[in-house]
Design a protein. Structure first.
Ligand code: ATP
Ligand code: MG
Length: 260
């Protein structure tokens, strides 16, 4: 930690998250493009009030049910996710029996290995998708972006892809996967293509998802199926956009100038 951020700083949480990403960048876990992608997310978080909203809680419940019902759930991890929430990736894998797979947009041998070691140091039992293990390919995607593990994403029925790129989310859907994402932007292609979109910051959503999986774990499969059949992702996307527009309209009717 290089920065000394005062406890009452209004952007304290946000600055601490940035520090984690910059540390991850220095350790070779986060790609430079990942730092920029985070900025796009931050902008939406600012507008969402930097809090988990009701539409995110409903999506988290559906996500937990889908992961628990899956025969072969996989958590896809990129540099940003590994840097921000390594402990919750490991906890989610443990609680749900999901496998962890490194899945990078900008794949390099060094970075995939750095991410694997980072996750192992946080208690992961196994990390797929690294080196020789990423030997299968997803059709239609180009170059390194299409490599996956034949024991992981290739045969998964439910895939959690936090902060994923739209092309790859679409490719996963075409392969018939049930896709769950965490994405702050309700307008991204990933958000609009996934089956369940948790519109929230990954740092808030992952702990809540782990908690929800723990809570629903003992429930009857019928109860879990009922949660999924009641769930409508289009409604969630619409609610998020309505929330954003109402919040901006409400803010626009207030005195905004800060007097010091
Ligand atoms: P798409 O390819 O799905 O249309 P995009 O091209 O707009 O999305 P990408 O850079 O491909 O964006 O994907 C990164 C996504 O991750 C963005 O939608 C961004 O809002 C989101 N994001 C970034 N940081 C976070 C975070 N901490 N928590 C949740 N979402 C985040
Ligand atoms: Mg994209």
């Amino acid at each position: 930690m290089r920065l000394n951020i005062p406890f009452n700083h209004p952007r304290r949480e946000s600055l601490l998250i940035r520090e984690k990403l910059v540390d991850g960048f220095r350790k070779g876990i986060v790609a430079p493009e990942g730092l920029i992608a985070h900025g796009r997310g931050e902008c939406f978080d600012y507008i969402l009030g930097e809090k988990t909203q009701e539409f995110a809680l409903r999506a988290i419940e559906a996500a937990a049910a889908a992961i628990l019902l899956a025969n072969h759930p996989v958590i896809s991890v990129n540099g940003n996710v590994a840097a921000l929430v390594p402990e919750y990736i490991v906890k989610l894998a443990e609680e749900s029996g999901a496998l962890i797979e490194v899945n990078l947009f900008y794949r390099t041998r060094e970075r995939e290995e750095a991410i694997k070691q980072h996750l192992l140091s946080h208690g992961a039992r196994e990390v797929l998708g690294v080196g020789e293990d990423a030997s299968a390919t997803i059709p239609e995607l180009f170059s390194e972006r299409r490599r996956v593990s034949p024991r992981g994403i290739l045969i998964a029925d439910v895939v959690l892809v936090p902060l994923e790129d739209g092309d790859r989310t679409e490719a996963l859907k075409r392969l018939g996967k049930f896709v769950v994402t965490i994405d702050l932007n309700p307008l991204s292609r990933t958000a609009r293509t996934a089956d369940v979109t948790i519109i929230d910051n990954v740092v808030r959503a992952m702990p809540l998802l782990v908690e929800k999986v723990r809570e629903l774990k003992g429930r009857d499969r019928e109860v879990l199926k009922e949660i999924i059949s009641r769930y409508n992702n289009n409604e969630i996307l619409q609610e998020a956009l309505r929330f954003i527009s109402h919040r901006l309209v409400e803010l626009a009717s207030r005195e905004l100038r800060i007097r010091v």
